[in-house]
Design a protein around this ligand. Structure first.
Ligand code: FAD
Length: 452
């Protein structure tokens, strides 16, 4: 009797360069491909609305691709440790394969499941697939983690080159008996009342084939202007690969190998380096989304939250054109250009004096690329409380940023031509108030984990 190989898909919704799938196929038994929607396990952060929308469509694409090759994708909902163990037992699986995750709660689940499956007599194998270098393999000379980007990235570049990507399987033997699957529609991942996803539908096509096409067209058409124009939000010079990498529709190994041979790839690849650094940081500080990495920021005297100000920021009604344009782009498309992300984040934290965690939560809910490491890492970077962060006293002036990076007003007029032009706060005055508040941090003792 066949003893199927269970492949547990997680943030790796692809067939190409999927080492867990490859190893399962090489085992020579039928494949039981599974995705589990886990909103229940301890510590798991529930997905935001835009991420749920993306997940729905990416799963539709993955399911189609698995079926085209002869397999089936089984969808189940519940605490992953229990669900995967039960599925493996019911199907008589002889082996379970997955690609590794690096968040704290996710690692706990995977470790517990691995022990339980092994106790059940099931082989378990896990693989590196979503980072070029696993977090614990990049260490300083004294064997510790990095807290500054440049030496981190130098150390990555000095390691053996990332492995070549694996080809996509042509056939997936789904076996004769396939366990029942949930109906994806029953997961309610898509918004209905109201259906706010029109802008997302008009902007994106989730799934592996579209991710591959985007990488190709970026490398062919946009890479040459990347270093020059990547900071201009209206230039369309960046790769737009962030949701693809977030959901694993394309692997960083594929991106690396296709870009590394190109003449002007180094600047672009170092952005992949920031992604690696964010995950390196999260691996060592699993509570990155909720706790200041530099603990002296715990002394920051956040004033009482004024909900109307937070709402004005969320809705793009601050009266500051670049901020409003960015927040409207985000609401409409589930995406915002990196330069503008920095400006809106700085405005929230340093002009509205609202705790970075409120901004991080809003991005988590509205970004299609909402990423467990990149999002909190970058919020803490802007707030000044993070690893290798922008100093708190460097406060972006959104008007100067607009002049510099949107000199012809193209981005602002595309997103916020009708927005009010009277700022809800005085930029100079709030800047002074932020600097005064920051004095409390300066006086606090520098007992920080990240300062090592
Ligand atoms: P490109 O310039 O083409 O870069 C290529 C890839 O490198 C990106 O797809 C991304 O995976 C990675 N990358 C680029 N910049 C960064 C960075 N600063 N940190 C980490 N990785 C980076 N990125 C996310 O993927 N998810 C998030 O939730 C997220 N939240 C952010 C929040 C704030 C406040 C800020 C300032 C930045 C955030 N970023 C986040 C980082 C960055 O803005 C996006 O990755 C980038 O804008 C995506 O566009 P792109 O794919 O065209 O980037």
């Amino acid at each position: 009797m066949a003893s199927p190989s269970l492949v547990w898909f997680r943030d790796d919704l692809r067939l190409a360069d999927n080492p867990a799938l490859r190893a399962a196929i090489d085992r020579g038994e039928p494949i039981l491909a599974v995705y589990v929607l886990d909103e229940e396990s301890a510590g798991i952060r529930p997905l935001g609305g835009a991420a749920r929308w993306w997940l729905h469509h990416s799963l539709v694409s993955l399911r189609t691709r698995v079926e085209e090759r002869g397999g089936r994708l089984v969808l189940r909902r519940g605490p992953a440790e229990r669900v995967v163990r039960e599925l493996a037992a019911d199907a008589g699986a002889g082996a379970v394969f997955w690609n590794r995750r690096y968040g704290g709660p996710e690692r706990d689940i995977d470790a517990a499941l691995k022990s339980a499956l092994r106790a059940d007599g099931v082989e378990v194998s896990s693989f590196a697939a979503s980072l070029l270098h696993e977090p614990w393999t990049v260490t300083t000379g004294s064997g510790t983690h990095f807290s500054v980007f440049s030496p981190f990235w130098r150390a990555c570049l000095a390691l053996p080159a990332p492995r070549a990507p694996l080809p996509e399987p042509r056939e997936i033997d789904g076996g004769a008996v396939v366990p029942a699957s949930d109906d994806l529609a029953d997961w309610d991942l898509l918004p209905t009342r109201p259906d706010w996803a029109g802008g997302l539908r008009g902007t994106w096509e989730p799934g592996e084939p579209a991710a591959r096409r985007r990488l190709r067209s970026f490398l062919t058409d946009d890479l040459t202007s990347y270093d020059r124009a990547r900071d201009e939000p209206s230039a369309g010079a960046t790769s737009l690969l962030s949701p693809r990498l977030r959901w694993g529709e394309i692997s960083p190994f594929t991106v690396w190998h296709e870009a590394v041979g190109t003449e002007r790839g180094a600047g672009f690849l170092s952005e992949l380096g920031w992604r690696e650094f964010a995950w390196h940081t999260l691996y060592h500080f699993p509570d990155l989304a909720t706790r200041n990495l530099r603990r002296e920021f715990d002394a920051f005297p956040w004033p009482r939250l004024q909900p109307s100000r937070l709402r004005a920021w969320q809705r793009g009604e601050t009266g500051v054109p670049l901020v409003d344009a960015g927040m409207r782009e985000l609401w409409h498309t589930g995406y915002m250009h990196n330069r503008v992300r920095m400006v809106v984040a700085s405005f929230l934290v340093k002009n509205l004096l609202i705790d970075w965690r409120r901004g991080e939560e809003w991005f988590w809910d509205t970004l299609v690329d909402a990423d467990g490491a990149n999002n909190p890492f970058n919020w803490q970077w802007v707030a000044g409380s993070g690893a290798d962060a922008a100093p708190y006293f460097r406060i972006f002036n959104p008007e100067l940023q607009a002049k510099k990076f949107d000199p012809q007003n193209l981005y602002i007029s595309a997103w916020a031509s009708d927005a009010p032009h009277t700022p809800i706060v005085d930029l100079a005055e709030t800047r002074r108030a932020a600097l005064a508040a920051y004095d409390a941090v300066k006086r606090a003792p520098r007992t920080t984990d990240a300062g090592r």
